[in-house]
Design a protein around this ligand. Structure first.
Ligand code: MAN
Length: 470
């Protein structure tokens, strides 16, 4: 209860109250709530660094007494002082106290210009509302992003299982083909041996017969033709021997040119028996272009004459064809396994959330270039002329140890003219869609891209957002 008082007394009381409000507000200007305890009104004030004690009315008196500037939080008197903008409704922050009453509105609550000619408006409410709307928008994106991320993780788990099952199946097929290959290789060798043995035996018999004076031996096998053409018996047929022994079918008088002879030998100057069978022998067998001088007709094969040899050769050919078929199948499966293993060996994130990006590509046109990012594979730059330049191949995750999955490094792209090899850093940012959002080249041939995707949304961001909102 107020005591009764005369009008004179009342004036005095009102003046004291106003003075104390004035003094108090002068003293506490520019400090935060947590610092208020240092400025509790007493007779004297201890500089916060403890270096000096001054009378309390020297606080915020526009004269700097403390080395740490703590006696002048609300004026520009101390060069190292700092002024606290309370900014109710928005974000509080410090400004250098040199900006107090400098004619520029720094605090949104206008508290830094309390004695200036500049009419600062309190814009904290509007700023706060705008920021809260932005944060709410971000929170909505984050919420939706996290929902989509969960779906992508679940899809990733299924894809991963499918790929593992596919790998197991391929492995089984590969093992089976390997067993078949072992059998077929033996079979092919056995059949070939059989056919060769029959052929050799027949050739031997013919050569014996040929030595008899009554023989009308015609060299029909590749070996005997080879021996006939190999005049110097050195185990190979040369260009000279071809020119000496062969002539064009159309004009037997005409000698073969060196180029023609080389062509008949498959592009070389000398062939052994096996190369002979693959090259010149084939030409002689068809008899279309070239023939042995003085001989009419084409050399036949032993198989054409002997049904046993014919059967053995065709069995050997079939075995070779079967082997080739299985070898091709094995090669295909082997490559599929290798590709799949390579794909499965990539780090797709702690929950394999980035797996869905594999085999996808994203494009963005920036100025005259079309940039393309194919995650876990490569980055390219296509110019208006259609030239495609590699900006790097998949290297590794490159984020900080706390969140390594927020950056990707693509390296060893095409070398830059008078510069480094092209490299690209891809920054992953949270969004509801997966898309390439920006491409920059901050320094020559070093590119930075932003890839937006729900899988980069982090629940931690949500908590931070909510906290900043509060
Ligand atoms: C091309 C592009 C550019 C790059 C220059 C460097 O024009 O790849 O991005 O800066 O080469 O010479």
């Amino acid at each position: 209860m107020f005591p009764n008082c005369s009008l004179g007394h009342c004036h005095i009381i009102i003046a004291v109250v106003l003075w104390s409000i004035c003094v108090d507000s002068r003293k506490i200007r520019g400090i935060s709530l947590s610092y208020k305890r240092f400025y509790r009104e007493r007779k004297s004030f201890l500089c916060i660094d403890g270096s000096k004690m001054i009378p309390f009315d020297q606080v915020n008196d526009d004269y700097c007494d403390c080395v740490d500037g703590s006696d002048e939080p609300g004026t520009a008197a101390c060069p190292n002082g700092r002024f606290y903008c309370t900014n109710l409704g928005y974000r509080s922050h410090y400004i250098p106290s040199s900006r107090v009453n400098d004619g520029i509105c720094d605090c949104c609550d206008a508290s830094d210009e309390y004695r200036s000619q500049t009419p600062c408006q309190n814009t904290c409410r509007n700023l706060g509302q705008r920021e809260r709307a932005e944060v709410e928008g971000q929170m909505r994106v984050l919420g939706e992003g996290l929902r989509l991320k969960q779906q992508l993780i679940e899809e990733g788990v299924l894809t991963w299982r499918e790929k593992q099952a596919q790998l197991r199946d391929l492995q089984r097929v590969s093992d089976d083909l390997q067993t078949q290959l072992d059998d077929l290789r033996k079979e092919e060798a056995r059949r070939k041996e059989e056919a060769d043995a029959l052929r050799e035996r027949e050739i031997g018999a013919r050569e014996t017969a040929d030595n008899s004076p009554t023989s009308h031996y015609r060299p029909e096998s590749p070996i005997s033709v080879f021996k006939e053409l190999d005049s110097n018996r050195d185990g190979s047929i040369t260009v000279d021997e071809v020119q000496a022994k062969l002539s064009p079918v159309q004009d037997e008088e005409h000698a073969l040119s060196e180029d023609e002879a080389v062509a008949l030998l498959g592009g070389v100057h000398r062939v052994d028996l096996s190369r002979f069978e693959e090259t010149l022998w084939t030409s002689l067998r068809t008899g279309d272009n070239v023939t042995i001088k003085g001989r009419h007709g084409v050399p036949g094969s032993l198989a054409d004459e002997d049904p046993n040899i014919k059967a053995a050769v065709s069995a050997a050919e079939k075995a070779a064809a079967d082997l080739k078929r299985v070898e091709d199948a094995y090669e295909t499966v082997y490559m599929e396994i290798r590709d799949l293993r390579e794909k499965l060996s990539i780090d797709y994130g702690s929950e394999r959330e980035f797996l869905f990006l594999h085999n996808q590509c994203f494009q963005l046109k920036v100025h005259e270039y079309i940039y393309e990012l194919c995650p876990f594979s490569q980055v390219t730059q296509k110019s208006a002329s259609g030239e495609v330049v590699s900006l790097g191949k998949w290297g590794s995750w490159a984020g900080s140890p706390e969140n390594q999955y927020c950056q990707m490094r693509y390296e060893s792209g095409e070398p830059c003219w008078q510069g480094p090899t092209r490299n690209t850093m891809v920054m992953l940012i949270c969004g509801t869609e997966t898309a390439l959002r920006s491409v920059k080249e901050p320094s020559k041939c070093q590119y930075v891209m932003e890839l937006q995707t729900p899988v980069s949304c982090q629940p931690a961001l949500r908590q931070r957002g909510i906290h900043s909102e509060l």
